[in-house]
Design a protein around this ligand. Sequence first.
Ligand code: CP
Ligand code: NVA
Length: 308
Amino acid sequence: MRHFLTLKDFTKDELLEMIALAQKIKAQTKERKFVPYMEHQTLGMIFEKSSTRTRVSFETGIYQLGGVGLFLSSNDIQLGRGEPMKDTARVISRMVDMVMIRTFEHTKLEEFAHYSQVPVINGLTDSYHPVQLMTDYLTMIECGKHNPTVAYVGDGNNMTHSWLMLAAKLGFELRIATPQGYTCDEQIVQEALTIAQSSGATITFGHDPKEAVKGCDVVTTDTWVSMGQEDEKEQRLKAFDGYIVDEALMSLAKPDAIFLHCLPAYRGYEVSEETFEKHSDVIFSEAENRLHAQKGIMVWLDAHRNED
Ligand code: CP
Ligand code: NVA
């Protein structure tokens, strides 16, 4: 059984197969051709955190593939009242064909997958957001950035960890600038650097946004206060002073550099209003690509559901 928990569980070729599927299905969708790749299949969608994009894209995506999505908020199912994850997994996976989960600790997702009889997709954990990075890769290709130098400016969080894995697997250059005390998880960094040795990826870490952005093709960031960190908001806003992506910073990137943001965006904090609006076409194409990239992932997982 193949699950989609992190990008490190796949070869470069497998990730590219999923992207190729996403591109093919996107083209069909744009022609209003809805091919029932997953006819009569049910996708269980468990949410322990809020979501706009992940919920709408998965629910719409499975419907367009000929199946149906079940939105399962932890507030409404017994999981929220203390039923163990492993029991939830053993019940739900006997009834549905695939599961997507958004939760807190990555170990909770791994536990669910361990007990699941069907493929499980990570819809975001505290450690990773891999479906977003497949989306971001699809968006970069569409913008002609096939072998980009990417600068990530901001918090060393689930998005950064997934950027690390994407760069390490695909072999592009990634420069990360985080404030002291908000760097990436050291174990994830070491895993990414090990993978990077075989792909040829160049990954660098620092604390200077200007240094990271200089001459790059893609600039990206994420919220300074992720879901579950609301109590740290005040101290985080102070620590991230100077890390805003604004026009002064973007002027150091290549003139045709694109700006990506997984959304939701907090203007005046991680990105200025001006920079956000200037790049909004690409940002909202990126948001739409959640729908297309995840269809590629679901169809690929369905085709490989009997593999180890
Ligand atoms: N980018 C993203 O995952 O958005 P949502 O939190 O709205 O799902
Ligand atoms: N780092 C953010 C991503 C939101 C899509 C969070 O975890 O809240």
